[in-house]
Design a protein around this ligand. Structure first.
Ligand code: ATP
Ligand code: MG
Length: 423
């Protein structure tokens, strides 16, 4: 019996022409990360489940509803990572990197898994590029992370990106705020959605960014966290804004940004795009001063952000960004007819590949006509066909596929002459 398999819903294959484009973009992101002093760190795809329940928070949607959790043979609970920060913090604590010279700046590109309902811009397996900065409680660090993303989006040529900024205070000012929130929403108990009713007990801050229309309407008049910030948090926020102003980075204050994960403190931000439909956030982040300690390290202030690569690609494609154009890569096609020619051809191809050129040859035994057609199809810049007569005469005609002009080179110094001719 023949089976026909399909990729599971919410996953995506990345085909060669797409991965070429992705690699180009990812290289650019890594390059910019480096300029800001961030080095790549790689962590495992799954972690002990407690890592996420402790850090992301066991009353968050991500942990409660969206994690892929399974048991190992010893009955210990493991989960596929729903985000990058928890694993990265675990790794810098476990390796002791966090005890070395600070600030520590790391970045990562990894797949994340969330059991969400798939839709445009929302997948079960997606990829995040993230940045984490450890060891600075200064607002200048908040501004640097934001400035990095802002510059990155500029370099990638993204248009119409909006930066939205908020502060959610610290544990001391948040207490009073949460009391006020609960008091406010209690009045609307009969109108709130079921999830929000549950949140009212477990995680009242999350009520603020509920997407349900009625809840959204109710939230419009809810108390705003910015009115409850303590002096230190207010001062921190004012300084973040000042540093952004000085760098001429535009932002909107959005009191409805609270972020979905529990570990955030003070600054939170989102970069959004109108080209993403309802999943409008391409990058989200903020400060998480208590997280390193929660995960077992000493108390080290930290902050970071995560950017969804699939959403970034959606924006770039919608905007017809030049970086998304797939460029075929074949400098020369060296075809052959006959056994003797095949050997010569293979040797020449290897020499040229070692010299840094992208070379393709015939691996199928096609006719001359079919080989030239194939050379054209793969976008070869130059093409030649070596047969018995070329070997006999010791020379071959190379065709410039763009203008149709031919030039002749000797087989004995093929590589040198080819390079000389095309320069
Ligand atoms: P959303 O508001 O879309 O639910 P989130 O607040 O859950 O996002 P974060 O945990 O902040 O997202 O993750 C950072 C980024 O990762 C998001 O801004 C987004 O670009 C991307 N992302 C999150 N969840 C998904 C998903 N299911 N599919 C694709 N990308 C995602
Ligand atoms: Mg989400």
């Amino acid at each position: 019996m023949k089976y026909k398999f399909k990729a599971p819903r919410g996953t995506q294959d990345i085909l060669p022409n797409q991965s070429e484009v992705l690699q180009k973009i990812e290289r650019k992101i890594f390059e910019i990360a480096k300029r800001f002093g961030f080095s790549e760190l790689r962590v495992p795809t799954f972690e002990h489940t407690e890592l996420f329940t402790r850090s992301v928070g066991d009353s968050t949607d991500v942990v409660q509803k969206e994690m892929f959790t399974f048991e190992d043979r010893g009955g210990r609970s493991l989960s596929l990572r729903p985000e990058g920060t928890a694993g990265v913090v675990r790794a810098v604590v476990e390796s002791g990197l966090i005890n070395e010279s600070l600030p520590l700046k790391v970045c990562y590109l990894l797949s994340c898994f969330r059991n969400e309902r798939p839709q445009a811009g929302r997948l079960k397996e997606f990829h995040q590029f993230g940045f984490e900065l450890f060891g600075s409680s200064s607002p200048v660090a908040d501004a640097e992370i934001i400035s990095l993303i802002n510059y990155l989006f500029e370099e990638l040529g993204l248009l119409n990106i909006k930066l939205e900024l908020n502060s959610i205070g610290c544990s001391s000012c948040r207490g009073k705020y949460i009391d006020a929130l609960v008091d406010y929403y209690k009045e609307y108990k009969n109108d709130l959605c079921e999830t929000c009713l549950d949140r009212l007990d477990k995680n009242p801050m999350r009520l603020i960014d509920c997407k349900n229309t009625t809840c959204k309407e109710i939230s419009k008049s809810a108390p705003k966290i910015l009115d409850y910030l303590c002096d230190e948090c207010l001062d921190h926020f004012e300084n973040v804004k000042r540093f952004l102003d000085e760098q001429e980075i535009k932002y909107d204050i959005n009191p409805y940004i609270v972020r979905g994960l529990d570990y955030y403190t003070r600054t939170v931000f989102e970069f959004t795009s109108t080209d993403l439909g309802s999943q409008s956030t391409v990058c989200g982040g903020g400060r998480y001063d208590g997280l390193v300690e929660i995960i077992g390290g000493k108390s080290v202030p930290a902050l970071g952000c995560g950017m969804g690569i699939e959403r970034l690609m959606l924006i770039m494609e919608a905007q017809k960004n030049p970086l998304t154009v797939f460029e075929k890569q074949c400098d020369i096609y060296i075809g052959n007819i006959g056994v003797a020619a095949l050997e010569v051809c293979n040797v020449l191809a290897l020499k040229l590949r070692k010299a840094g050129f992208c070379v393709q040859t015939d691996l199928i035994g096609r006719s001359v006509k079919a080989q030239m057609k194939y050379a054209d199809k793969i976008g070869a810049k130059y093409a030649c066909i070596i047969g018995d007569s070329e070997i006999e005469q010791g020379k071959v005609l190379i065709k410039n596929m763009q203008d149709g002009e031919n030039f002749e080179v000797l087989l004995e110094n093929f590589v040198d002459k080819f390079i000389e001719k095309i320069q």
